[in-house]
Design a protein around this ligand. Structure first.
Ligand code: SF4
Length: 314
């Protein structure tokens, strides 16, 4: 697919990116083993991870390596052809930005009728989760064009007891201009905050959600999140600046690849107000203000008492 807002972090659309040097199964398993020495949480994303023919072997490899939480982010289009995802992932995140078929065709840059197929696969995932116990989330990108659609996606999520993670559209590194000060956008974030406060399954801390409402400045600590390119290159300091620390397969060690990145590109930058995306903003804010993590833990105690239907728009 070719989602209108999606790019590799430097503005390049994925079909324009070369897949030269993309690692084979065995090499990926070696990279995953190197990363496992540093973390037990993994997010598999793309591009589109279901394009890999060896997805099952990679997911089985993650399990064998003892990853505690494996999250896979997909467009959902071919889920019915990948039962391994249901069997082996802990968190399945499906991109869904609208329930309007025509708008989905436009936003996802594909032929007609794509949404029906994705919704069928979401229903399949809902059935499979009671068997395989993974958590299901929608990854929802908010653009100035789909604010009302996102309300509908939230209603659908609440109705089907699916969690969601809201992300404002970012162009390059800055939020889309038309979202700043946009009252409809702010009302949407307020609704999400209300759902979260009541115990709804919204991924992202209150600090992050409050931060994306006003696009508040934060101090970014980008290396809290290791990003690895399909050829095994570790990005330093982040995906957004598109610089390479070193190739994990060649260097064989995460810390050494970071050291190499620091030697080549200098210390972490002091960026201006940008990159309001959960993976950078949320981690950075939480590490610097650990009280937010405590509050999240307390808030999660409310989850069993959350009644989603009360928050569906009339
Ligand atoms: S704010 Fe963080 S993620 Fe964005 S460019 Fe700067 S270091 Fe990278």
């Amino acid at each position: 697919m070719l989602c209108v807002y999606c790019n590799d972090g430097s503005g390049k659309k994925y079909p324009e990116c070369s897949n030269e040097g993309e690692l084979d199964t065995e090499s990926w398993l070696r990279v995953l083993a190197i990363l496992r020495r540093e973390t037990d949480v993994l997010i598999i994303t793309g591009g589109e991870p279901t394009m890999r023919q060896d997805l099952r072997q990679i997911l089985e490899g993650c399990q064998a390596l003892g990853y505690h939480k494996v999250c896979l982010l997909t467009n959902g289009l071919t889920l019915d052809r990948h039962p391994a995802i249901f069997e082996l992932c802990d968190i399945l995140m499906i991109s869904l930005d609208t329930l309007d078929g025509e708008k989905a065709d436009w936003m996802m840059g594909r032929g007609k009728g794509i949404l029906r197929h994705i919704l069928d696969n979401i229903e399949l995932a809902c059935r499979e989760r009671s068997r395989h116990k993974f958590k299901l989330y929608f990854n929802v990108v908010i653009t100035p064009e789909n604010i009302d659609d996102v309300h509908q996606v939230i209603d659908y999520a609440l109705e089907h007891r699916i969690g969601f993670v809201p992300l404002p559209e970012v162009v390059g590194v800055y939020p889309r201009e038309a979202l700043k000060g946009n009252l409809d956008y702010q009302a949407l974030i307020d609704r999400i905050l209300t759902i979260k406060r009541a115990g709804g399954d919204v991924m992202g801390t209150m600090a992050y959600l409050g931060g994306i409402r006003h696009f508040a400045a934060y101090h970014c600590l980008p290396t809290l999140l290791a990003r690895v390119w399909p050829n095994g290159d570790l990005l330093y300091p982040c995906q957004k600046l598109h610089k390479i620390g070193g190739n994990l397969l060649e260097i064989g060690d995460y810390a050494k690849a970071i050291d190499q990145g620091r030697a080549s590109h200098g210390p972490l930058p002091n960026c201006d107000n940008r990159c309001h995306v959960g993976c950078y903003m949320d981690f950075s804010v939480c590490v610097q203000q650990p009280g937010f993590i405590m509050k999240e833990a307390l808030r999660s105690l409310r989850k069993p008492f959350f009644r989603p239907k009360e928050f569906i728009r009339g």
